[in-house]
Design a binder for this molecule. Structure first.
Ligand SMILES: NC(=O)c1ccc[n+]([C@@H]2O[C@H](COP(=O)([O-])OP(=O)(O)OC[C@H]3O[C@@H](n4cnc5c(N)ncnc54)[C@H](O)[C@@H]3O)[C@@H](O)[C@H]2O)c1
Length: 260
């Protein structure tokens, strides 16, 4: 039986990709889902089919006051906020010497400060109810450097560390916080970059040990585990879901030996 029946989940970045897949999974498992995104999306309708009480707020996550309103409205209407998943984010970067300051500010504002503001918006509710599961979407690029990664990697490394600190500060109040670090997932964010650099896509797939990009639903599976009571003793954890991308380097030996 689903463990998310009667749960209320706020999901940021819910209009597309990983956030949308997580919203759909939570709805499938019985939760009411409050989607937050700066863009509307016709795909959101599929969440409301699964969980008709669900709501969508067109809000930019860099707007802390608007996120507070979403939390207050959710509490008023549904009486609780059990789950927060933060997937709103964008990709940009380049070597530091070539990186404009406004790009730095925008990526940090959305990916790191936006995550901070999303968490801050729900903490009063979660501490009052003495329960809650917060799941942040960081990245494998928050764990290791990447050529040209700079600000994106810095923002995601910040999300990993922020998540650990929320787990430390709020664990005794019944709140868990974990980060998911996806590898390379087939979404508009990734495809925008890959379409410009097909050789990068081939290289990423070569370095991904299962030999393919991930699907958003494969991140949603991890997000379901971390939202559910199956992970009741898991907090401050960084869950890598990357098809083996960060397991280590491969140098073609298994191919040379004829194993694949
Ligand atoms: N796709 C990947 O390979 C990958 C890998 C690791 C981590 N991630 C992270 O996963 C998260 C989701 O990315 P995705 O791949 O699903 O991309 P996506 O572009 O499909 O979805 C991102 C969503 O975030 C929303 N968003 C962006 N800025 C926002 C803002 N300021 N306020 C509110 N909403 C905003 C967008 O409108 C979009 O709907 C991001 O944080 C991304 O960094 C993605």
């Amino acid at each position: 039986m689903s463990q998310l029946k009667n749960k209320v989940a706020i999901v940021t970045g819910a209009a597309s990709g990983i956030g949308l897949a997580c919203a759909r999974r939570y709805a499938t498992e019985g939760a009411t889902v409050i989607g937050v995104d700066r863009n509307m999306s016709s795909a959101w309708a599929s969440v409301e089919v699964l969980a008709p009480a669900s709501r969508f707020h067109q809000v930019d996550v860099t707007d802390g006051a608007a996120q507070k309103v979403v939390a207050a409205d959710t509490l008023n209407e549904f009486g609780a906020i059990d789950i927060l998943l933060t997937a709103a984010g964008l990709g940009d970067g380049g070597p530091v010497g070539m990186l404009d300051e406004d790009v730095w500010d925008r990526v940090i504002d959305v990916n790191l400060k936006g995550t901070f503001l999303s968490i801050k918006a729900v903490l009063d509710v979660m501490t009052a109810q003495r329960s809650g599961s917060i799941i942040t979407i960081a990245s494998v690029e928050g764990l290791n450097g990447t050529e040209g990664g700079s600000v994106y990697n810095a923002s995601k490394g910040g999300v990993v560390m922020l998540s650990k600190n929320v787990a430390i500060d709020y664990g005794r109040m019944g709140i868990r916080c974990n980060a998911i670090c996806p590898g390379f997932i087939d979404t508009p964010l990734l495809n925008d970059v890959m379409d410009l650099m097909p050789e990068l896509k081939a290289d990423v797939i070569r370095e991904t040990k299962v030999g393919r990009l991930g699907q958003p639903e494969e991140i949603a599976g991890a997000a379901y585990f971390l939202a559910s009571d199956d992970s009741s003793y898991v907090t401050g954890h960084t869950l890598v879901v990357d098809g083996g991308y960060t397991a280590g380097h491969s140098h073609g030996i298994v191919q040379m030996l004829g194993l694949v």
